[in-house]
Design a protein. Structure first.
Length: 113
């Protein structure tokens, strides 16, 4: 009987509601998916940003995080599932990828209003 109370009761109490909204979840995921937030390189709204300036072969160079708030979902998902120059691989679940995409689309819609 204790088993039922300890393991099944929480399901009935919390299964139908969440303590955090989808937007809150996506926002926190965007800011810290696996230790380094997307916002550090792509900006708070996915608009891209300057990450660093450096000198290479006596020339000033810039490293920029690209704009990601206008990328189609399939391209967004592909980019997150491979390592590229400067972009770490996060090993996100499909749910997390959808949440990040949702966040960027919602922020963009809010800014357009």
């Amino acid at each position: 009987m204790k088993f039922i109370i300890v393991f099944i009761l929480p399901y009935f109490l919390f299964a139908k509601s969440s303590f955090i909204t989808p937007m809150e979840y996506s926002s926190s995921l965007y800011k810290n998916p696996r230790g380094i937030g997307c916002d550090n390189c792509h900006g708070p709204k996915g608009e891209g940003r300057l990450v660093a300036k450096y000198i290479h072969k006596k020339k000033l160079k810039e490293f920029r995080g690209p704009v990601i708030n206008n990328v189609l979902f399939n391209d967004f998902k592909k980019a997150l599932n491979k390592s590229t120059r400067g972009m770490p691989r996060y090993y996100l679940t499909d749910t997390e990828v959808k949440a990040l995409f949702f966040y960027l689309q919602e922020i963009k819609l809010f800014d357009e209003k």
